[in-house]
Write a protein that binds this ligand. Structure first.
Ligand code: ATP
Ligand code: MG
Length: 449
């Protein structure tokens, strides 16, 4: 009791100014756009700092994913200074300042210091609008975790820390600022952020911050599906997707977010498939390879689609229409909680629809299959199914070989497959279309597309 009290007194919030160079942070490590934004705002007489994940990641020796700037300028004042910028958001207005770097557009997110005055909430205590502005100190108290409330001024080379964020990073702990229960009510997504950031950064969620999560997990039901989709994407692309998902399950966060996950993670074979898919994704990200969201959602939902599909086929429906129906059923179920944008769900469905076509190995069908724009991603998906024993390994091996060999060998492979009864349905007579085929017979990219 006394130790707890002493701990609380010692951890009182208060402004600490630290020298960035003692922590190995140098101006040159920052994104040039973020520096320009800070410089221009400061030159115009406003306060401006690099804040949040970028400072945290630099202190951890990691390279930041994105750069955020916090300023005393209002969104309109920021907008006025950067002519290509735009104000976005309603619940939380921020300014996007685009920069063209390394061949692509990079956005620096600029937020105005939030104030401590009460913002309007709904009946559950969720903040529905957060556009009351304030001071730097007030802004720090409105951020989620102590390690995310660090402000770096690239000109004075100082880090401002109001909530012992640097100390917590050194202790490798994730601590919520203020009363965790109140903060989870204000924004339930903070529970997801806690599990994701802890898994991604290898931090322990502090006991007081972790304790209320299980009990308040259902507050996520109140979050709009578009925001939940964004959060789910951050989880899947965190580089520690598998660890994140397990942590989410341990805290019961998966149910309100993605109820199918419960089913998926409670059976041995489906867990193995999901685990393999996510570990492959983590690996691709570690190697700086691109990953496709369509592919990821195809893997997450495949088990449910396959179960529905098999049921319909067993009831006498034709294979392809049964698959289409099963896909639509699952999509309808999922989009109630997560709204998957069309461009991703279209890719996901194409990958699924191509799966039964891998079994068609007679006549011209496999040649036509190679010409499918989504062939590569669908083939990667087939490999994953084979790796987890969901489909014959022989089928995946056959396609691996079929892709790389010349046309003559391909004809032999087709003849052999048909002779051993593995050609699938017999093809009706059609004209060959070899004239239009590329010499290597392949098209399209894989997951990376
Ligand atoms: P990442 O590495 O995923 O970008 P991040 O902490 O930078 O992690 P962002 O979503 O970029 O996450 O948010 C930037 C900063 O905004 C955070 O560091 C935190 O200070 C603040 N923030 C983000 N979401 C919330 C939230 N729900 N409640 C309070 N503060 C938040
Ligand atoms: Mg960030």
């Amino acid at each position: 009791m006394i130790r707890k009290l002493i701990g609380k007194v010692l951890r009182r919030p208060g402004k600490r100014i630290l020298h960035a160079k003692h922590y190995g942070i140098r101006r040159e490590q920052l994104h040039s756009g973020a520096l320009k934004v800070c410089d221009k705002l400061q030159d115009a007489g406003y306060e401006a700092y690099i804040v949040g994940g970028a400072v945290r990641d630099l202190l951890l020796g990691k390279s930041p994913k994105d750069f955020d700037v916090a300023t005393s300028a209002t969104p309109e004042q920021v907008r006025h200074l950067f002519h290509r910028s735009r104000i976005i958001g309603r619940r939380f207005r921020i300014v996007h300042v685009p920069f063209y770097d390394r061949g692509g557009e990079e956005i620096i997110e600029v937020t105005t210091f939030r104030g401590s005055a009460d913002s309007p909430t709904d009946a559950t205590g969720r903040i529905i609008r957060d556009n009351v502005y304030g001071t730097l100190e007030e802004d720090a108290s409105r951020r989620d975790f102590t390690v995310n409330a660090l402000y770096y001024d690239p000109n004075s080379d100082e880090i401002i820390d109001f909530h012992h964020g640097v100390e917590d990073l050194e202790k490798q702990q994730l601590v919520m600022i203020g009363d965790p229960v109140k903060r989870y009510h204000e924004d339930p997504v903070r529970m997801l952020r806690a599990t994701r950031l802890a898994a991604k950064l290898g931090l322990q969620i502090a006991a007081d911050t972790a304790k209320p999560i299980k009990e308040h997990a259902q507050l996520l039901e109140n979050i709009p599906p578009a925001r939940l989709f964004d959060e789910m994407m951050k989880v899947l692309l965190s580089g520690k997707a598998w660890d994140c998902l397990q942590a989410m399950r341990n805290y019961g966060l998966h149910r309100p977010l993605f109820p199918l996950l419960d089913k998926l993670m409670s059976q041995k074979e489906t867990t193995a498939f999901l685990k393999q898919a996510l570990l492959n994704t983590d690996q691709r990200l570690a190697e700086d390879k691109p990953v496709s969201a369509g592919f990821l959602f195809a893997t997450l939902l495949w088990h449910e689609v396959e179960a529905g599909w098999q049921k319909k086929v067993a009831a006498g429906e034709h294979k392809v229409p049964a698959l289409v129906e099963a896909m639509n059923d699952v999509e309808a179920k999922v989009t109630k909680r997560l709204s998957i944008p069309n461009r991703y769900s279209a890719a996901m469905k194409e990958i699924w629809l191509l799966q039964p076509r891998f079994e068609q190995r007679s006549g011209q069908k496999p040649f036509r299959m190679l010409e499918q724009p989504r062939f590569r991603a669908a083939y990667d998906f087939l490999l994953l199914r084979a790796e987890c024993g969901l489909v014959e390994k022989e089928l995946a091996d056959w396609w691996t070989q079929f892709q790389v060999c010349d046309d003559g060998t391909r004809e032999v492979l087709v003849t052999e497959a048909v002779a051993s009864g593995k050609g699938g349905e017999v093809e009706k007579k059609r004209r060959r279309r070899t004239r239009h085929r590329r010499p290597d017979g392949r098209r399209g990219g894989g997951q990376g597309e």
